[in-house]
Design a protein around this ligand. Structure first.
Ligand code: FES
Length: 122
């Protein structure tokens, strides 16, 4: 039996807060969709940051979030499409392109961004 956690997602675009029940072995974004909650996403495999959120409290596990720099992970950002809950969580959606700009706005010009790794479909 896997454990199930309660995830609160505040959607800054709509001002709504969604409450989800997510098993520890399921992606949060995927589970949200199944529960009829629409959240931003695009690639679904941890590469684009469209689904990025700020973690306000709780613990998240995102080993496949290759699109997110270690710095930003440490600052509490997470990619919901490849995130599993490890406790009850409170997260809020980013401002549009916030994570993309934090990550690439600064580095792109300096050529520090490496090409993405090949991604396997699940
Ligand atoms: S949808 Fe692209 S990183 Fe999550």
């Amino acid at each position: 039996m896997s454990r199930t956690y309660t995830i609160k997602v505040r959607d800054r675009a709509t001002g709504k807060t969604h409450t989800l029940k997510v098993p520890e072995d399921r992606y949060i974004l995927h589970t949200a969709e199944k529960q009829g909650v629409e959240l931003p996403f695009s690639c679904r495999n941890g590469a684009c940051t469209a689904c990025a959120v700020r973690v306000l409290s709780g613990e998240i596990y995102q080993p496949e979030a290759i699109g997110l720099s270690p710095d930003l992970r440490q600052q509490g950002y997470a990619l919901l499409c490849v995130s599993y809950p490890r406790s009850d969580l409170e997260v809020e959606t980013q401002d549009e392109d916030e994570v993309y700009e934090l990550q690439f706005g600064r580095y792109f010009a300096k050529g520090k961004v490496k090409a993405g790794l090949p991604l396997d479909e699940e």
